[in-house]
Design a protein around this ligand. Structure first.
Ligand SMILES: Nc1ncnc2c1ncn2[C@@H]1O[C@H](COP(=O)(O)OP(=O)(O)OP(=O)(O)O)[C@@H](O)[C@H]1O
Length: 291
């Protein structure tokens, strides 16, 4: 039997389709009309300040919260009405760590593997998340970062088609974060769709095919990290070391300026830099404007 994993728009299959999503907690509108498509196989990062509505949106997509109104399709099904078969196709890594205290990482994974119809080999998953050395340690004795890896392992043990990661690398050291990014890229390369929320702009830049910026319950932009907010098209800043010290100039035509400077200096321009706004620059500008 052919498994249909989402709605088909043109030639692109969508793992997630959201139209006019609203969620209110009493009088407080947490999500105020979000439209979103996440394509099958892509890594999509949802960015936004505290309280923007990311967790609410993601938990509605995961089937953990009920929406007030709007249409949501995840892997071809409305999560609010989905059953165990659908749940087995979706992996979830929540913000808070589960506590299994006296069980070892290996035992926890072996236990959770029994819940899925086609679970991965727990030993392979332990190795993939970099917990092989600590697999026989009681989980209460794992460090914060190691617990987070176990959370990720639990999210992928069922071989999900779609993986939700809520702030996956909070508390990771830089090396662990880079390793984790490698793991996420590997999962995406083998066809897993990934929706992650993060407060780390460099994480979104390193991983995401597309990013969405949510603020005040509204999605104000969706684009590739290098194009978000007109990044790459706007002015660049050219810096160099002039006779009177460091100099900078913002220009829409940096190549022309560099050529002129090269002529002035008769060759190499001392201390030359050409920079565009970082993802963080455009993100901060956007959420500032959205407030
Ligand atoms: N169960 C709830 N009851 C009432 N209000 C809630 C509830 N959950 C969230 N909210 C409110 O809804 C808004 C959106 O919260 P949400 O947790 O979705 O934001 P977030 O973008 O995930 O924030 P963070 O980055 O801090 O995790 C906030 O104003 C929050 O206070």
């Amino acid at each position: 039997m052919k498994v249909v994993t989402g709605s088909i728009v043109g030639a692109v299959t969508d793992a997630i389709t959201v139209r006019g999503l609203h969620k209110a907690y009493g009088k407080h509108v947490a999500v105020g009309g979000v439209d979103l498509d996440v394509r099958a196989g892509e890594i999509f990062a949802l960015l936004g300040p505290n309280g923007a509505g990311k967790t609410t949106t993601v938990e509605i997509l995961e089937g953990f919260r009920k929406r007030t109104s709007g249409e949501v399709t995840v892997l071809g099904t409305d999560p609010q009405a989905a059953g165990a078969d659908w749940r087995a196709r979706v992996g979830v890594v929540l913000q808070s760590t589960g506590e299994f205290d006296d069980l070892t990482a290996r035992e926890v994974l072996q236990h959770f593997a029994t819940y899925y119809p086609s679970a991965a080999d727990p030993d392979e998953i332990i190795a993939r998340v970099g917990l092989a050395e600590h697999q026989d340690r009681r989980t209460r004795r794992l460090s914060g970062g190691q617990k987070r890896r176990l959370d990720v392992a639990l999210g992928i043990i069922g071989r999900p088609e779609l993986l939700f990661l809520d702030e996956p690398t909070t508390g990771f050291d830089p090396e662990a974060r880079r390793e984790f990014w490698g793991l996420i890229r590997e999962l995406a390369a083998t066809g897993t769709t990934i929706l992650l929320t993060t407060h780390y702009l460099e994480e979104a830049e390193a991983l995401a095919d597309r990013v969405g910026v949510l603020t005040g319950g509204r999605l104000i932009a969706v684009d590739t990290p290098d194009r978000l907010g007109g990044r790459g098209e706007g002015e660049a800043t050219v810096g160099w070391l002039g006779p009177d010290g460091p100099a900078t100039e913002s220009t829409a035509a940096p190549t022309v300026l560099v050529a002129r400077l090269a002529e002035q200096f008769g060759g190499e321009i001392p201390g030359l830099t050409v920079t565009r706004p970082s993802l963080e620059d455009v993100y901060l500008r956007m959420i500032g404007a959205g407030e």
